[in-house]
Design a protein. Structure first.
Length: 135
């Protein structure tokens, strides 16, 4: 996916010691120079004396996106493993009557949500890897 950025922005901050970005991602479809100029000023609250527009292929960030999703997935796997250990401990500590009255419903629901989240994360990775293989 191609994305436009305003880069090399020359800020007009009247000597104020402020930290301003060197580039700003532009909304999709924004190409008019006046519109971009107004957007930069509106986003930061500061005027500028010029900028460049560059187009980047966001597909180059796919490996980084996959890595980030994998980190979240590992964290979710650890959480789910902890839930499963807790479930085993609760089963061992429960009577048949307690189990029959839904003592484990909450943790079972949490495990189900965690499994669904992991499934979704794995699907995201698959899609990104497919996109990367086609690039």
């Amino acid at each position: 996916m191609k994305t436009n950025y305003a880069t090399n922005i020359i800020w007009d901050c009247d000597g104020d010691a402020v930290s301003l970005p060197t580039e700003i991602r532009l909304p999709d479809g924004m190409v008019d120079e006046k519109e971009i100029s107004d957007f930069i000023s509106n986003v930061t609250g500061y005027q500028h004396r010029g900028f460049c527009v560059v187009v980047r292929d966001e597909g180059a960030n796919i490996p980084h996106m996959i890595e980030n999703i994998q980190k979240v997935l590992r964290s979710e796997e650890e959480y789910c493993n902890d839930l499963q250990k807790s479930l085993i401990d609760r089963v061992k500590a429960s009577t048949v009557e307690e189990l029959a009255h839904g003592r484990l419903d909450g943790i079972l629901n949490d495990i189900g949500r965690s499994v669904e989240k992991m499934r979704g994360l794995r699907e995201q990775i698959e899609v990104l890897e497919l996109v990367l293989s086609k690039a």
